[in-house]
Design a protein around this ligand. Structure first.
Ligand SMILES: Nc1nc2c([nH]c(=O)n2[C@H]2C[C@H](O)[C@@H](COP(=O)(O)OP(=O)(O)OP(=O)(O)O)O2)c(=O)[nH]1
Length: 136
């Protein structure tokens, strides 16, 4: 089965809210929420791919920080290895060029969205770090 390496950005604003992006309905995992990002192209370093994808998808610039989580998830169409990184905006404001919707949410509320399955370990990690109890 096709294996894809994907990077996702956990972008937080000054209030600590996390930028959540809803996938367009015509894509794989359409309508589900994700951390914006995309596939690593051959020869790219993960942080480089992430900066490129955010620029293409959201029209802004980020600085990439430490890794949050890494998961491998077997979807019907491919095996996705997702690595998420903390990131902060350094220029511009995120604008949805490819996503159906963008939303800033407090970490405690992330569990209210329907996430792509590969993203759930990142959500759990962020909530554990913030001391949010499961099921809230
Ligand atoms: N960008 C991103 N993709 C994710 C996340 N979680 C997750 O399961 N995915 C999946 C969805 C896609 O199958 C794949 C990433 O694809 P992508 O966003 O680069 O591209 P796409 O669906 O437009 O790709 P394509 O196959 O149509 O070229 O990883 C996530 O948090 N961010």
């Amino acid at each position: 089965m096709r294996q894809v390496d994907v990077v996702g950005a956990v972008i937080q604003n000054e209030a600590g809210e996390v930028l959540c992006a809803r996938r367009a309905s015509d894509k794989a995992q359409g309508g589900l929420w994700e951390f914006p990002g995309g596939k690593i192209e051959p020869g790219e370093q993960p942080a480089e791919s992430l900066r490129r994808e955010i620029c293409e998808e959201l029209g802004c610039e980020i600085a990439v920080g430490e890794r949050v989580a890494e998961t491998t998830y077997r979807y019907p169409h491919a095996v996705v290895r997702l690595v998420t990184f903390r990131a902060r905006l350094v220029r511009g404001q995120p604008t949805p060029r490819e996503h159906a919707e963008l939303r800033w949410l407090p970490v405690a509320d992330l569990g209210r969205l329907s996430w792509a399955p590969a993203d759930l370990p990142t959500v759990a990690r962020l909530q554990a770090e913030a001391g949010v109890r499961a099921g809230r």
